[in-house]
Design a protein around this ligand. Structure first.
Ligand SMILES: Cc1cc2nc3c(=O)[nH]c(=O)nc-3n(C[C@H](O)[C@H](O)[C@H](O)COP(=O)(O)OP(=O)(O)OC[C@H]3O[C@@H](n4cnc5c(N)ncnc54)[C@H](O)[C@@H]3O)c2cc1C
Length: 284
């Protein structure tokens, strides 16, 4: 790995300023579990890294009509949170399935999103939970839904100096259930496919349904066509079979080192159906 300069600002404004001064080749580093791997593999060689670790406001977890997560929150903290396990089980299950405890101790939730892998395990659960992202930069702050954040593999809407500062997840409403499922080649592996489902049930009928899937398109994907199919209906075997078929029609997978296009298309239907069934069970 080539040598590089390392900066540890204590405030956001300092970080934006450093990025402006250092120029296009510099990079932000959070936990480093993605960026350092790419540097060691000589895919990238930034001459300078700006660490986000000393910026206290990025590491806060709090409440304000829901849950607020600083982007530097380590995945291990999410995994250990009883509140997240109780109110947002799909997120808890996703972080629990990601890599191994050593990685989860240093990897951050913001890094998982900013890395923009189509298979990022935090993306589908945050999508179905209706999470909103706050992005800070020299010109101020902006917010956007998590599903508008991704532009393609490794690409997000972040401008060069901008930092993902926080993630807001709305309060869980009564009747909500959610689930996350992942298929990997071996345990601790990146997903061949991952999927999250959230339902809000009323008298056995699904009033709201949100479904999201990863690693079957250039970005993590909301399955809005299938969601419309489910809303207003009872999740009976006939509907679940329709969901399986609908998902296969809506995804856009590719063949790569982990799997083939055909396998991903077939299995994404099965995984989403199971995630939906598990989300309905979670309500009870
Ligand atoms: C052995 C191993 C197994 C893994 N398994 C999985 C897995 O099962 N599932 C999975 O999803 N991932 C997996 N990963 C990938 C990685 O651990 C996660 O994506 C992790 O969450 C990245 O977070 P980080 O804080 O380490 O990001 P970093 O590596 O520090 O950063 C990643 C990218 O995001 C940018 N960035 C980070 N934070 C911000 C921010 N706040 N604002 C702006 N830009 C930012 C950085 O500049 C960099 O380009 C694995 C990695 C390894 C090494």
């Amino acid at each position: 790995m080539k040598g590089f300069d390392y900066f540890q600002p204590g405030r956001l404004e300092e970080a934006y300023g450093l990025m402006e001064t250092l120029g296009a080749e510099a990079g932000y580093i959070a936990g480093g579990t993605d960026i350092l791997v790419r540097m060691k593999q000589k895919i990238i060689a930034p001459p300078a890294l700006i660490s986000l670790r000393r910026i206290e406001e990025l590491a806060r977890m709090g409440r304000d009509r829901g849950l607020l997560l600083g982007s530097m929150t380590p995945l291990r903290a999410l995994e250990k949170s009883e509140e997240i396990a109780a109110s947002y089980p799909c997120l808890s299950q996703a972080v629990g399935s990601l890599a191994n405890p050593q990685i989860r101790n240093v990897a951050t939730v913001g890094g998982n999103l900013c890395n923009a892998a189509p298979s990022a395990d935090c993306a589908p659960p945050l999508m179905v939970l209706g999470a909103t992202l706050t992005i800070g930069g020299p010109g101020g702050e902006r917010t956007l839904p998590v599903e508008d954040f991704f532009e393609g593999p490794g690409r997000t809407v972040l401008r060069r100096e901008e930092i993902l500062t926080g993630i807001a997840i709305p309060e869980r409403v009564p009747g909500t259930g959610s689930a996350f499922l992942k298929l990997g080649r071996v345990s601790q592996d990146i997903a061949v496919i991952n999927a999250a489902a959230l339902v809000i049930m009323e008298g056995g009928v699904c009033r709201t349904c949100r479904l999201a899937v990863g690693a079957v398109a250039p970005t993590p994907l909301r399955l809005r066509g299938v969601e419309r199919l489910v809303e207003g209906r009872r999740p009976d075997p006939e509907l679940l079979a329709e969901v399986e078929r609908g998902v296969r029609g809506e995804v856009n997978p590719i063949t790569d080192v982990r799997s083939t296009e055909e396998y991903r298309r077939e299995v994404s239907g099965v995984l989403l159906r199971r995630a939906l069934e598990q989300a309905v069970r979670d309500v009870r």
